[in-house]
Design a protein around this ligand. Structure first.
Ligand code: ATP
Length: 391
C-alpha cells in the first residue's frame, strides 16, 4: 500500500498518504481511535472503497488492474455481528461463496462441515438459523464463511467487538490457531489495543485524520512507542505487558526448597539449612501440595500447608506469568512445573526481578546492535499460543 489517500465526496480525508507493507501469511492489525480511517483502509483493499490517490498492490499486482470479482474472491471478509443471511441455515451461510462459484451442493456441504469443525462449531448446528446461535457462535460462522473458498487473504473488521470478554478471548485463540494451521494473510481492524497486541504479528497504530502513527511488532510498540500519542493509546501497564514477550527460560530455579511429602526429618533439616523461609511440599508424583515452614515438617497436615497458587510452566510461560505467580503466592515465591505439572523448582520475586532487568538490558543491547531479539517475537503461553497480554 503506497501513499494511499481517501477523500470522501464531502471533503473528509479518511486516510492520508498511508504507506504500509503488509507481511504475507501473518496477522497485521490496524488499530486506532474511532474515526481514524481503519475501516476505510480495509475496504480499499477489496475495493469496496476506491482510493482517491496512491496504489495498492497484492502480490505485486495493482488491485485496480484486476476485475473486482476476482479480487474479492481472493479475500474473505468478516464483519462485526458476522453479517449472516438470517433466512439461510448455518451450513448454507458457510457454503454461500462455494455455491456462487458453481460447486455442487454435495461438495459445498462437505466444505461447510469441514469448516464448522475447523472453527470449533458442533456439526449439530448446521441446520439451525443464525438467530438460534449465540453471538460467539455466529462470529465463528462468519469466519467459516469467509474461509469457504480458501482465499489467501482475510479482511476482518472488528469481528469480535460485539461479544463478551470471555467469548472474545476464545475467538482470538481460535483465530491464532486457524492462522497457524492455514497460514492466511489476515488484516484485522480493531479499536482495542490489547486485542491488537495479542493478535498482531505487526500492528499499525493510526490516528485521527487517517495518519499512520507507528507500524511495528507488538513488543516494539510496548518498548518504544513512537510518540506521546502512541504511548497514550497503549495505556497503563505498558512495562508489565511487555514482560509477556520475555520467556521464562533461563530463570534460576531452586530445587533445594522442594521436599517430598514423605521426606524424613533429616532430609527436611538438610533442605531447611538452605535458608529458604518456606519449603514446597510435593506429592508422590512430584506435583505441588503447598508451602510449609521448615519447622512444621515432617508431618504437616495438608490443611496446614499454605496454598501454592498458580504454577507457571518453566521455559514456556513468559516472565509476566512467572511474576504474576510470585506476586499471587503467599510466600512471594513462584512454583515452576513442567508440561505434566511436576515441580521443577521454585523462584523468588527478587530472582524474577533480576531476570527482568537482564531481559531489558539484553533488549537494549539488541537494539543497539540492530539485531532481532528473539525474545521480542511472538509471546507464547503454556498452551503454545500467544500469551495473554490483555489488561
Ligand atoms: N461514506 C463516507 N462519507 C464521508 N465520510 C466518511 C464516509 N465513511 C467514513 N467517513 C469518515 O471517514 C473517517 C474515517 O472513517 P472510518 O470508518 O474509516 O474510521 P474507523 O477508524 O473505522 O472508525 P470506527 O472505529 O468508528 O469504525 C471518519 O471521519 C468518518 O466519519
Amino acid at each position: 500500500m503506497d501513499s494511499v489517500t481517501k477523500r470522501y465526496p464531502d471533503g473528509t480525508v479518511a486516510v492520508d498518504r498511508l504507506s504500509l507493507e503488509i507481511p504475507d501469511r501473518s496477522i497485521t492489525v490496524l488499530v486506532g481511535p474511532s474515526g481514524c480511517g481503519k475501516t476505510t483502509t480495509l475496504r480499499m483493499i477489496n475495493r469496496m472503497v476506491e482510493p482517491s490517490e496512491g496504489t495498492i498492490l497484492v502480490d505485486g499486482v495493482d488491485i485496480q488492474k484486476q476485475p473486482v470479482n476476482t479480487l474479492r474472491r481472493s479475500m474473505g471478509y468478516v464483519i462485526q455481528n458476522a453479517g449472516l443471511f438470517q433466512h439461510r441455515t448455518i451450513a448454507d451461510n458457510i457454503a454461500t461463496v462455494p455455491r456462487l462459484l458453481g460447486w455442487s451442493k454435495q461438495k459445498a456441504r462437505a466444505r461447510a462441515e469441514e469448516l464448522m469443525e475447523r472453527v470449533g462449531l458442533d456439526a449439530s448446528l448446521a441446520k439451525r438459523y443464525p438467530y438460534q446461535l449465540s453471538g460467539g457462535q455466529q462470529q465463528r460462522v462468519g469466519v467459516a464463511r469467509a474461509l469457504a473458498a480458501d482465499p489467501p487473504v482475510l479482511l476482518m473488521d472488528e469481528p469480535f467487538s460485539a461479544v463478551d470478554p470471555v467469548v472474545r478471548k476464545g475467538l482470538q485463540e481460535e483465530l491464532l490457531r486457524i492462522q497457524g494451521e492455514l497460514g492466511k494473510t489476515i488484516i484485522f481492524v480493531t479499536h482495542d489495543i490489547d486485542e491488537a497486541i495479542r493478535l498482531g504479528t505487526k500492528v499499525a497504530v493510526m490516528r485521527t485524520g487517517g495518519h499512520l502513527a507507528q507500524f511495528a511488532e507488538p513488543a516494539e510498540l510496548l518498548s518504544d512507542p513512537a510518540d506521546a500519542f502512541v504511548e497514550d493509546f497503549l495505556g497503563e501497564g505498558r512495562g508489565i505487558r511487555r514482560l509477556s514477550f520475555f520467556p521464562s527460560e533461563g530463570l534460576d530455579l531452586l530445587t533445594d526448597p522442594v521436599v517430598a511429602v514423605d521426606a524424613t526429618a533429616e532430609q527436611i533439616a538438610a533442605r531447611g539449612a538452605s535458608g529458604a523461609p518456606y519449603l514446597l511440599v510435593t506429592d508422590g508424583d512430584g506435583k505441588p501440595l503447598g508451602w510449609s515452614e521448615p519447622g512444621s515438617l515432617p508431618g504437616a497436615a495438608p490443611e496446614e500447608l499454605l496454598a501454592y497458587g498458580r504454577p507457571f510452566v518453566a521455559g514456556q510461560d513468559s516472565l509476566r506469568v512467572a511474576l504474576d505467580c510470585a506476586v499471587l503466592s503467599p510466600t512471594g515465591w513462584a512454583v515452576a512445573v513442567d508440561g505434566t505439572g511436576k515441580v521443577v523448582g521454585v523462584v523468588s520475586q527478587e530472582t524474577i526481578g533480576e531476570a527482568i532487568r537482564g531481559a531489558h538490558a539484553a533488549g537494549r543491547t539488541a537494539e543497539a546492535t540492530g539485531r532481532q531479539d528473539d525474545s521480542t517475537g511472538r509471546p507464547e503461553d503454556s498452551t503454545g499460543r500467544k500469551a495473554d497480554v490483555a489488561g
